[in-house]
Design a protein around this ligand. Structure first.
Ligand SMILES: Nc1ncnc2c1ncn2[C@@H]1O[C@H](COP(=O)(O)OP(=O)(O)OP(=O)(O)O)[C@@H](O)[C@H]1O
Ligand SMILES: [Mg+2]
Length: 153
């Protein structure tokens, strides 16, 4: 699939782009985010997770120290047996495979979840899940370039 490229000029625009991405995601999927410090990975994730209806924007914060946040979308029907789970992971402080294993991501990968990973380029993921790769880049001031691969936007 072709890469898609967007420039945003504010965090609000990046959040809006995250909401557009959310509308195209269906579980199971890995959303692999990369890009420098402050490039906007967490900001984009706010848009994705709030767009999925799994949390409010203000409740989506960086998992830099907690490493993993789990959200569950409230079921629309009480009879729904598999409510959507959304994992927000930050690998910035994860040093090695031992630490990575301790995060319990295998559970996520057994659940048909949506798994969003910041600093995903620090590790190689062996998973046959579909993946969307998103790279964010500073373009001076508040401008950010967002390159998306694996999604029909
Ligand atoms: N166009 C933009 N898109 C996203 N964030 C922007 C933009 N312009 C300014 N910002 C600001 O840049 C910062 C981006 O921070 P954010 O935590 O989203 O980055 P990050 O890539 O997750 O960083 P880290 O590597 O520390 O996890 C925020 O303070 C945000 O307000
Ligand atoms: Mg972040």
């Amino acid at each position: 699939m072709m890469d898609k490229e967007f420039i945003t000029q504010s965090s609000e625009e990046t959040i809006a782009k995250g909401r557009e991405i959310a509308a195209k995601l269906s579980p199971p999927v890995l959303v692999l985010l990369s890009g420098d410090l402050g490039a906007g990975k967490t900001t984009l994730t706010k848009g994705i997770i709030s767009g999925l209806g799994a949390a409010r924007e203000e409740d989506i914060t960086s998992p830099t120290f907690t490493l993993v946040h789990v959200f569950q979308k409230p079921s629309s029907a009480p009879s729904e047996s598999n409510p959507l789970k959304v994992y927000h992971v930050d690998l910035y402080r994860v040093e090695n495979f031992h630490d990575l294993e301790s995060l319990g991501l295998e559970d996520a990968l057994g659940e048909k979840a949506i798994v969003i990973i910041e600093w995903s380029d620090r590790f190689t993921f062996r998973s046959d899940w579909p993946r969307v790769e998103i790279h964010l880049q500073h373009e001076g001031g508040d401008a950010r370039r967002i390159v998306i691969c694996g999604l029909n936007l």
